[in-house]
Every structure is written in structure tokens, then in C-alpha cells.
Ligand binder design. Structure first.
Ligand SMILES: *[C@@H]1O[C@H](CO)[C@@H](O)[C@H](O)[C@H]1NC(C)=O
Ligand SMILES: *[C@@H]1O[C@H](CO)[C@@H](O)[C@H](O)[C@H]1NC(C)=O
Ligand SMILES: *[C@@H]1O[C@H](CO)[C@@H](O)[C@H](O)[C@H]1NC(C)=O
Ligand SMILES: *[C@@H]1O[C@H](CO)[C@@H](O)[C@H](O)[C@H]1NC(C)=O
Ligand SMILES: *[C@@H]1O[C@H](CO)[C@@H](O)[C@H](O)[C@H]1NC(C)=O
Ligand SMILES: *[C@@H]1O[C@H](CO)[C@@H](O)[C@H](O)[C@H]1NC(C)=O
Ligand SMILES: *[C@@H]1O[C@H](CO)[C@@H](O)[C@H](O)[C@H]1NC(C)=O
Ligand SMILES: *[C@@H]1O[C@H](CO)[C@@H](O)[C@H](O)[C@H]1NC(C)=O
Length: 687
């Protein structure tokens, strides 16, 4: 290079001289002395054509900086070899033109090399393997940008794309941007779902979809996921409650101990021994067990290492224990699970249930409907009943025994030991099956064989007789018609006799819908809402006296009503009509139908008629001596009543709630009540 520089300066030094010469007559010329040539040209590529004057010859001047690249073929300046832009961006060549007289021109040609996209991006590493912990946080960088950036000799901008070779795992990892290949975690890892994956990182020197020539490099990234200690222990067996199987819940364990008896062995539990496991199985942290609750009197111990449950002392009461057993990871006590263990305390069972017979034989007819009884072969009118005895019980009857059929679904056993068909048995055959009696407390069992003969039977008197659906339909129709007629008749009767009551009830129903009505409160307090149906009639012969005054029934407490029939022979029922204004909150009561009032008057008397025992009456207790020989009942008159004019009352009631005084009452009834309360504090019914 130093040499060429020297030459260059000497050439420059010579220039004024050559210019002088050329000013006269240049020997050579080119149309463009700064041509451009694309890199990677084929050897022999013509850069330009030199116009050489007659008598001149053109040669590559040895002082040319890049003379070695060029040659002159005839009048053409050619490149002898391929040029790489990445090595040479510009080539300078001097063409010397000389004639025979010794005149020499120097023609400078500067060739610019045009860069082409001829290089592929290059990754530093094309095969990376990295281990990622399962509990890596989302957004954390998995591989840094420097480790993944590709370089390109053309200095192109690189476009990256990340793909996964494993289906459906692409979304866990992503690159930061199309020009930033840093890989980060996009979604929480789960070792149970993804244990390893392979990512392919593409580096392109043109964007995806470009029409230009694009060079692509790939890097393979192997990711190995490492299980982390993320889950607490699971008691086994357990069932998953979520779709991705990350939470597993166990059912309680259960066991039983005999009351007042010590068990030396670890208790046998259902569904199995207490056992918990670290679901992060590649880590499989050690687990310890403890009882954290329910261990009354410290009756039980759990082995910290094995989980075996043993007794410290006997259970003295029949109450069950509900233990809470905790399994904790030794390395992290916050990773724990708790399970319930129910220990039932049962009476010691020395004897298992025992079937009286080793074989039972039954009979059932072909075509018997499901749930038909199987009968005894010896006595086809008696149902077949299997029975297991238990000598732990004085009467050998253990109420905790349940029966079931072990190996047939065609029959079922009831709790009582009756055998029923379970399906429609279509063909005659003999079925042999095993029946089991299980003591549901001690879990002891006994079994027996049942032989059932399925036979054709013509006996219509057996309970197996089936009526056809048609028979049933006809019967049902007749019954329905009768019922309808009866209902219509009943309805007419009720309307005739209870029309007023019905009206009242309808009114009452509507009044209940009115939120401001304080009648509603009154009715809510009504202890005898069915009262209105109790139409009272007084019998002319006095044989039966039913009070017409509704307040009797309304005011009576239940006990007093119950007491009434008992007192029917003991003559008297006394009404305590001492009025508390709060209690007589039923205006309807007072606004008694005048017709009823008349009837009331017919049995209301001012004094007792002690002579006539067949006659019943109500009188005011002005003259009753409570200590008299007859049985006397005093009934508080705090009751409610109904009234046909309840609409009117309702309006009145709405006027002023607090004012529940006498003036609210209907004229006739009010009179009665006031009279009763003023003239007598009690009235009496004599039966
Ligand atoms: C570019 O230069 C490097 C060394 O500088 C050389 O190895 C390579 O062959 C050159 N490329 C061309 C096309 O001449
Ligand atoms: C990449 O490396 C892993 C181990 O590091 C090797 O098993 C695998 O074959 C390599 N892949 C390629 C394409 O070289
Ligand atoms: C991860 O980064 C994105 C974008 O910055 C953000 O929206 C998201 O909340 C981040 N997620 C977590 C779990 O930090
Ligand atoms: C990347 O994967 C997607 C879908 O799996 C596919 O459509 C796409 O062609 C892949 N890209 C490359 C460069 O292989
Ligand atoms: C309770 O008593 C029965 C009958 O003796 C015995 O089989 C059983 O093992 C006892 N249970 C325990 C927990 O000791
Ligand atoms: C724990 O109990 C199981 C049976 O329940 C038994 O196989 C095992 O040997 C017991 N372990 C110890 C230490 O007693
Ligand atoms: C257990 O036995 C006692 C008498 O020994 C009895 O009173 C009690 O009812 C029995 N309990 C059960 C559940 O059978
Ligand atoms: C049920 O079991 C008993 C004995 O265990 C056997 O004799 C009988 O054939 C079995 N019945 C069926 C229907 O499998």
C-alpha cells in the first residue's frame, strides 16, 4: 500500500505535465470515468469501453491502486475477477495511453462497487439448549438479545420470527419484537402440560413478504422445563376439580373404633390409609403428618412419617371424632393440606350377621312388573323374606343390617329383606343369586343363596295379577267423572250455605293485598284462619249448642277449644270478656251479621238456666261462682271475627290505625260487646 501511495503521489505530481500533453491531444477517453459495477460480477466483466486515438495504445498503468483487478481487452476495460462489496467498495485504475513518439496520457477511472444482498444472516449459535424453571415469572427474559442476534455482512436489518416445532406450545414463549429476538415467557409454564419444547428462530434480511431476494438463517432453541415446587401435598385418593388438573381434592377418611376398647394396630380407614404426596413429583418433597384439630382428650396419634393413625386411649363415649389431619412439606410448612378423618365409635360387635338358612327359594311369575314381590315357594301367598340374625343383640335383630343382591340386577332386596323384581322377567327360568346382609355399623357381612323360580302362573288371585292399561284407563275415567259430579254438587252446597263466607273470604283475600290495611295484621294474628268455615247452628232441641258468636271461636285459645268437648257434659264454658282494647283488634268480629246476632241472642242469657240439662246457653258471668260444682271454663274474648261488610270496615280501618276503639264496630255488634263488657266481665256457655 505504501508503494501504491507513493505511486499515486508521483502520478499526481506528474499531472500538470500530462494535462499539458492531453490539452494538446488526449490519446484516450471514456464516456464516463466513474462507472458503477455490481459486486459478484463474473470474471471478464466489461466495466467501460476506452476510445483510443490512432497511434496510441492503452495499458493498465502499474501505478494503479487496484490495477490487479483490471485488464484491457482491445478497447474494453474488464474486471479480471469477481469483486466483493464487502471487501472493496471502490476500485481505482489508471489507464496509460502512449503513442510511438513517447507521448503518454493517464486516464483515471473510479469504479464504484454496488452492494448486492448476497449474504445470509448468521447466528452466533445455531443450537441452544436452555433449562427454564416451571415457576419462571411471566415476562421474564429466557434468552438475552445478544445471545440470539444474527449478523449480516450486507449490514441488512434482520427480521426475526419465532416458531415452535411442538404443536400448541408457541404461545408460552415469544420474542420482544420483529427486530429484537430476545425471548421472554409469555404464559405461565405448567410442567404437567409442557415438559420440553423446541423453538426455531428465523432471521431474515428482508421482511416477510418482500419481493427481494431474502436470506434466512435459523437457530434451534431447545427448552427444557424444570418442575418447580409449586403445589401443596395432595391426600390420596383425590379427584381433580379443575380442567387443567392442578387442584385435587380428597374426600374425608373414615374409620371406626370399638367403644371402650383399645386398638393396638393402626386404624384401618376408608378409602385407604392416610397418605399424602407432593404432586411436584420430580421434587417429591418429604411430607409430615399431624393432627391439628378434633382430637378430643388426645385420643389419637398420627405417625408423622407414615400417617398411620393409632389410639392413645380408649373412646369412652359414643360420639364420633372428627379429626383434621394436616400434611406439610418439610421444606416449606406453607405447602400443606388438611383432610378430615371421621372416627365413629361403635358398640363392639362380637358376632357377624348370620343368615338362618343357607338357601332361600322363591317364586315369581313370568311377566311380573318390576318391583313385584317374590313369594315363598312353600307358601306362594307369603312374600319371600331373607333375614340375618345378629347375636350381639338380645333379640338377634340388628337394625343396622342392610340387604343387597350381589350378582344379579334382575332382583333387589329391601331393607327388610323382601326380594323384589327389578325388571320385567319375560321367560321362565331359575335364577340363583347371592344375597348379602351387611351391618352398616360394624361392616360385618353374611351371605346366602337365593333361588328364584320364574314360572308361568294362571293364578289370578296372586298379587302379581296385572290389569291392562285399558282396564286402568276405563276405571280412571269413571272415577274422574264421579269426582267431578261430586265436586260440582259440593260446590253448589257450599255456595248456598256459605255464600256469605265465601264472599268474605274473597274480600279478605283482597284486603290482604292492601299493604296499608291493618286488618292484615289482625288476620296474621288470627290463630284460627279456618274459622270462617265453621258455620254455627243452634239446634232447636238444645242437644248440641254451637256458639253463633264468632268471637267464641276466635277468642278461644287452642287449649280451650280442645277442652270444649271434654266439658260438654260438665256443663259450662265461661267466656272472659274482659276487654283489652288491644286484643279486640278485629272489627269484623264486632260487626257481626245481624242474622248471626239474632242467633247469638237466642243462646245468650242473663242468668243460668240450671234446671234444664238439655238446654245450652251462653250467659254473662255475673252470677257464676267459680268455685261452683260445675266445670266452668273461662275463655278470653280477645278474638277476631269476620264480617260480610269487611270492605266497609277496611275503609274505616284505613282511616286511623291507632283508633281501634268501639266506634269502629258495627252498630249491632258493638252494642253487644259494649254491653257485655260493661254489664258483665264474663259470659258463660252452659252445655
Ligand atoms: C474478501 O476478503 C477476504 C479477506 O479479507 C477474503 O477471504 C475473501 O476471499 C475476499 N472475497 C472476495 C470475493 O474476494
Ligand atoms: C443441538 O444440541 C443438542 C444438545 O445440546 C443435540 O442433542 C442436538 O442434536 C443438537 N441439534 C443440532 C441440530 O445440532
Ligand atoms: C407482561 O408485560 C406486558 C406488557 O408490558 C404487560 O401488559 C403484562 O401485564 C405483563 N404481565 C405480567 C404478568 O407482568
Ligand atoms: C410457523 O408456524 C406457523 C404455524 O405453526 C406456520 O404457519 C408458519 O409457516 C411457520 N413459520 C415458518 C417460518 O416456518
Ligand atoms: C372392634 O371389635 C371387632 C370385633 O371384636 C374387631 O374385629 C375389630 O377389629 C375391633 N376394632 C378395632 C378398631 O379394634
Ligand atoms: C402403617 O400402616 C400400614 C397399614 O395401614 C402398615 O402397612 C404399615 O406397616 C404401618 N406402618 C407403621 C410404621 O406402622
Ligand atoms: C350400644 O350398646 C348400648 C348398651 O350396651 C346400647 O344402649 C346402645 O343403644 C348401643 N348403641 C348402638 C348404636 O347400638
Ligand atoms: C351368583 O353367585 C352364586 C354363588 O356365589 C352363584 O351360584 C350364582 O350362579 C351367581 N348368579 C349369577 C346370576 O351370576
Amino acid at each position: 500500500m505504501d508503494v501504491s501511495h507513493l505511486l499515486l503521489t508521483s502520478v499526481l505530481f506528474l499531472l500538470p505535465f500530462t494535462a499539458q500533453v492531453s490539452a494538446q491531444q488526449p490519446g484516450c477517453s471514456v464516456s464516463n470515468n466513474k462507472p458503477s459495477v455490481e459486486e459478484n460480477n463474473p470474471p471478464g466483466y466489461t466495466v467501460t469501453t476506452i476510445n483510443v486515438e490512432a497511434g496510441f495504445t492503452a495499458t493498465i498503468d502499474p501505478s494503479s491502486p487496484d490495477g490487479s483487478y483490471f485488464t484491457i481487452e482491445g478497447s474494453q476495460l474488464q474486471l479480471v475477477k469477481s469483486v466483493d462489496y464487502e471487501n472493496d467498495t471502490v476500485l481505482i485504475v489508471y489507464v496509460a495511453c502512449q503513442d510511438t513518439s513517447g507521448q503518454k496520457d493517464i486516464l483515471e477511472i473510479i469504479v464504484t462497487i454496488i452492494n448486492l444482498n448476497d449474504n445470509t444472516p448468521v447466528f452466533k449459535q445455531t443450537n441452544l439448549t436452555i433449562t427454564v424453571p416451571e415457576d419462571t415469572k411471566v415476562n421474564a427474559t429466557i434468552i438475552a438479545r445478544e445471545d440470539l442476534s444474527a449478523s449480516d455482512a450486507d449490514l441488512d436489518i434482520i427480521y426475526y420470527e419465532l416458531n415452535s416445532t411442538v404443536q400448541d406450545t408457541t404461545n408460552y414463549f415469544a420474542i420482544k419484537g420483529i427486530n429484537n429476538p430476545e425471548i421472554y415467557l409469555q404464559k405461565q409454564l405448567d410442567y404437567d402440560k409442557l415438559k420440553s419444547t423446541t423453538l426455531i428462530l428465523y432471521a431474515r434480511d428482508r421482511p416477510v413478504g418482500s419481493n427481494e431476494i431474502t436470506h434466512t438463517a435459523t437457530a434451534t432453541i431447545n427448552i427444557i422445563i424444570e418442575q418447580a415446587d409449586t403445589k401443596p401435598p395432595w391426600f390420596l385418593p383425590c379427584s381433580f376439580i379443575d380442567e387443567d388438573k392442578s387442584i385435587c381434592i380428597s374426600s374425608p377418611y373414615s374409620g371406626r373404633v370399638n367403644i371402650s376398647e383399645m386398638s393396638k394396630e393402626p386404624l384401618t380407614l376408608d378409602p385407604g390409609p392416610i397418605y399424602a404426596k407432593d404432586p411436584d413429583y420430580t421434587i417429591n418433597e418429604k411430607i409430615v403428618y399431624s393432627i391439628v384439630d378434633g382430637n378430643v382428650d388426645n385420643t389419637f396419634s398420627v405417625d408423622a412419617d407414615t400417617g398411620n393413625l393409632t389410639m392413645n386411649k380408649v373412646a369412652t363415649s359414643p360420639d364420633s371424632y372428627l379429626l383434621q389431619v394436616m400434611a406439610t412439606q418439610v421444606n416449606n410448612k406453607q405447602k400443606y393440606s388438611v383432610v378430615s378423618v371421621e372416627i365413629k365409635v361403635i358398640n363392639k360387635s362380637d358376632y357377624a350377621p348370620n343368615f338362618k338358612f343357607s338357601t332361600y327359594t322363591g317364586i315369581v311369575s313370568v311377566g311380573a312388573a318390576p318391583k313385584s314381590l317374590v313369594f315363598q315357594v312353600e307358601d306362594p301367598s307369603s312374600p319371600l323374606m331373607i333375614k340375618a340374625e345378629d347375636y350381639d343383640f338380645p333379640d338377634k335383630f340388628n337394625p343396622n343390617i342392610e340387604y343387597y343382591i350381589k350378582n344379579s340386577t334382575d332382583f333387589v332386596a329391601t331393607r327388610d329383606g323382601l326380594i323384589l323384581t327389578n325388571v320385567n322377567l319375560l321367560s321362565p327360568e331359575t335364577v340363583i343369586m347371592e344375597a348379602v346382609a351387611k351391618d352398616t355399623v360394624s361392616l360385618q357381612e353374611a351371605s346366602t343363596i337365593i333361588v328364584v323360580e320364574i314360572v308361568f302362573t294362571a293364578d289370578e288371585t296372586t298379587s302379581d295379577k296385572l290389569y291392562t292399561a285399558q282396564d286402568m284407563g276405563i276405571l280412571g275415567g269413571i272415577l274422574a267423572a264421579l269426582l267431578l259430579i261430586t265436586l260440582i254438587f259440593l260446590g253448589l252446597m257450599i255456595y248456598k250455605h256459605y255464600g256469605n263466607t265465601v264472599k268474605f273470604l274473597i274480600n279478605k283475600k283482597f284486603s290482604k293485598d292492601s299493604p296499608e290495611s291493618y286488618e292484615n295484621k289482625a288476620y296474621n294474628q288470627d290463630e284460627h284462619p279456618d274459622l270462617s268455615a265453621k258455620e254455627q247452628k243452634s239446634s232447636e232441641n238444645g242437644g248440641i249448642t254451637q256458639l253463633q258468636q264468632p268471637s267464641f271461636f276466635l277468642s278461644s285459645s287452642k287449649e280451650e277449644i280442645d277442652g270444649l268437648p271434654k266439658t260438654s257434659t260438665a256443663s259450662t264454658v265461661v267466656f272472659d270478656l274482659e276487654e283489652k282494647e288491644e286484643e279486640e283488634n278485629e272489627e269484623e268480629e264486632v260487626k257481626e251479621d245481624t242474622k248471626h246476632e239474632k242467633e247469638v241472642k237466642s243462646i245468650l242469657k242473663t242468668d243460668r238456666n240450671e234446671g234444664d240439662h238439655g238446654y245450652k246457653a251462653v250467659w254473662f258471668k255475673t252470677d257464676v261462682d267459680p268455685d261452683a260444682g260445675e266445670k266452668v271454663e273461662v275463655i278470653k274474648d280477645n278474638a277476631s271475627d269476620y264480617d260480610d261488610d269487611s270492605d266497609q270496615d277496611l275503609q274505616e280501618n284505613e282511616e286511623e290505625e291507632d283508633d281501634k276503639d268501639d266506634h269502629h264496630r258495627g252498630p249491632g255488634a258493638a252494642e253487644v260487646m259494649i254491653n257485655m263488657s260493661r254489664t258483665a266481665t264474663e259470659n258463660t256457655i252452659m252445655v
